[in-house]
Design a protein around this ligand. Structure first.
Ligand code: PMT
Length: 223
């Protein structure tokens, strides 16, 4: 019906940071809280979608009415996403670590074992958004990414959309002063093939509802 326009649709949302192990007790991470991704998952579910939320380590509760899969690393996140396919729409809101420690230690690293400095060698993680965008036959009908930028927000996001091959990208400014990471509000620019739409500053819940409504319009009623 009109208040459940996503009934019969399957959605996948990534959220939160990833943790990339250094040794059994230490990891590399970032400041994502999961608030934006979780709000999007909740909004899609509220419109009737069957939602799988693949989330990195966060302190937020699972939103009601979604299937949550909890992962740690980028590689685990990609595996959980692949398992969830096929879906009608994917929204990649997670702040996936771009790099992981090339050779994480099996035992706790000891202070002083290599002198007074420690060098970590990093290797690139798989790009989940690019992988799903370029998935060929299994590609979700609508692929939505985020772009976290600190300067030339729209220009950099446009280039990211082209490079990764997603349909839409939501650009947001993550400079420290904005409080986007971890805060309750967000200012986004929706970039599609048709151009750029700048949304007003609003709560992450409102961004989630606005995006879910746009997704429902784009997908139309399920067959
Ligand atoms: O979690 P909050 O505290 O609420 O903060 C929200 C947010 C700032 C994390 C969110 O709004 C946001 O911008 N998420 C994307 C963060 C990010 O890593 O952006 P990016 O520009 O580095 O990556 C671009 C896109 O590629 C993103 O859709 C990202 O999910 C995806 N990506 C990146 C790297 C990678 N290895 N795999 C990916 O899928």
């Amino acid at each position: 019906g009109p208040d459940q326009p996503l009934k019969g649709r399957r959605a996948l949302v990534t959220s939160g940071p990833t943790h990339e192990p250094i040794d059994p007790v230490r990891y590399i991470a970032n400041r994502s809280s999961g608030k934006q991704g979780h709000a999007i998952a909740a909004a899609l579910a509220a419109l009737g979608a069957e939602v799988t939320l693949v989330t990195g380590p966060v302190t937020l509760p699972d939103p009601p009415g979604v299937r949550a899969m909890h992962v740690e690393s980028a590689r685990d996140m990609l595996a959980a996403c692949r398992e969830t396919l096929p879906v009608d729409v994917v929204v990649c809101a997670a702040a996936v670590a771009d790099w992981r420690v090339a050779d994480a230690a099996d035992q706790k690293l000891k202070k002083g074992s290599g002198g007074d400095a420690l060098a970590l060698s990093l290797t690139e993680n798989p790009d989940i958004l690019a992988t799903l965008s370029q998935a060929g036959e299994g590609r979700p009908g609508l692929v939505v990414g985020f772009a976290a930028e600190t300067e030339q927000v729209v220009e950099h996001a446009r280039a990211k959309r082209d490079r990764k091959g997603c349909d839409w990208i939501l650009a947001n400014d993550v400079s420290a002063a904005t409080g986007t990471f971890g805060g309750d509000a967000n200012t986004v620019h929706l970039i599609t093939a048709d151009g750029v739409e700048s949304w007003p500053a609003q709560s992450k819940a409102e961004v989630g509802r606005g995006l879910a409504a746009r997704i429902a319009d784009a997908l139309g009623p399920a067959a």
